[in-house]
Design a protein around this ligand. Structure first.
Ligand code: FAD
Ligand code: FES
Ligand code: MG
Length: 270
């Protein structure tokens, strides 16, 4: 059993938990995730390791309540225990001194982006971050991203904070200004990652995205998380979740992620 030692609400429907999981914390690296199950009757869901503390033996997860399991998790309080908490899973991010990196996060995607951006900063990169949300109330980790970025740009779809528009607008502007960019990391809704990928492809700008297909076992056995990358089938849980954006078939990922909408709605209503 894994105790929730801290709970914080970051935005409406977005919660942060610090969970006591010493064995996971011992090995966790940026870019990896856990698969948890809240209780005996619950389903397994993957959540990114948003932060880890090896001394305290804790893992931080940040999740948006979008359906039955994340809502159920959101009701849990400090002191409650999560039944299963497996990890770290997936390959760690490839952290190097690339030079100047642009880190782009949309919505809840800022949570998985944060540890990667922090590690890139520690590796001596110049970190330019662009984070966005539908409106200012949904924007998360702004202060944390500010602390680890050399430059931070904020965008909101409704203009309630920062640039009125999308994260991709700022990326285009930086490219048009002729800024030196050595690598782009983008994490967020699939459509956002597709748009970013289309922009950078034409400029030969290597771009890494973190994919979020439906996962079940998280160990490469069920095939649920298969994605098409460079016309090859990859399992995001063991081969990813990060891939070269220019090779990803985003359209099939979008289609596959909608496969169980009917069942998910029924589960939520129940
Ligand atoms: P449901 O109503 O069951 O589903 C809502 C939508 O979530 C579905 O339409 C589907 O697209 C997706 N989904 C449902 N079940 C799964 C599943 N088993 N695996 C993956 N996606 C699913 N979300 C966060 O809020 N924070 C994170 O840090 C985060 N990290 C992720 C890391 C990885 C590697 C992956 C694959 C997904 C991550 N997600 C994250 C997405 C999160 O797993 C889903 O939002 C969650 O499973 C939804 O469960 P639900 O029962 O609440 O909603
Ligand atoms: Fe089963 Fe990846 S989640 S193979
Ligand atoms: Mg579900």
């Amino acid at each position: 059993m894994y105790e929730i030692v801290k709970k914080k609400e970051l935005a409406p429907d977005v919660k942060l938990f610090e969970v006591s999981a010493p064995l996971v914390a011992k090995k966790a690296e940026p870019g990896q995730f856990v698969i948890l199950r809240p209780d005996e009757k619950g389903e397994r869901i993957p959540l990114t390791i948003a932060d880890f503390n090896r001394e305290r033996g804790t893992i931080t997860i940040i999740f948006q309540e979008v359906g039955k399991t994340t809502k159920k998790l959101g009701y849990m309080e400090k002191g409650n225990k999560i039944l299963n908490f497996v990890g770290p899973l997936g390959c760690p991010s490839e952290i190097k001194d690339y030079g100047t990196v642009v880190c782009i996060g949309g919505g809840i995607g800022v949570a998985p982006l944060y540890p990667i951006a922090m590690a890139l900063k520690k590796a001596d990169n110049k970190v330019i971050s662009i984070i966005g949300a539908r409106n200012k109330n949904l924007l998360i980790l702004e202060k944390e991203m500010q602390e680890i970025s050399d430059e931070l740009y904020i965008t909101t779809d409704d203009g309630s904070m920062g640039h009125h528009g999308f994260v991709s607008d700022i990326l285009k502007k930086l490219i048009d200004e002729g800024r030196k960019i050595d690598r782009v990391f983008a994490i967020g809704p699939v459509i956002m990652m597709k748009v970013i990928s289309d922009i950078t492809r034409g400029h030969g700008l290597k771009t890494i995205v973190s994919l979020n297909p439906i996962m079940v076992d998280g160990t490469g056995m069920c095939g649920g998380c298969r994605v098409s990358v460079g016309n090859e089938i990859k399992f995001a849980c063991v081969d990813g979740p990060e891939f070269d954006a220019h090779l990803v078939d985003f359209d099939s990922l979008m289609r596959r992620n909608k496969r169980f909408l009917k069942e998910e709605k029924i589960a939520m209503n129940e």
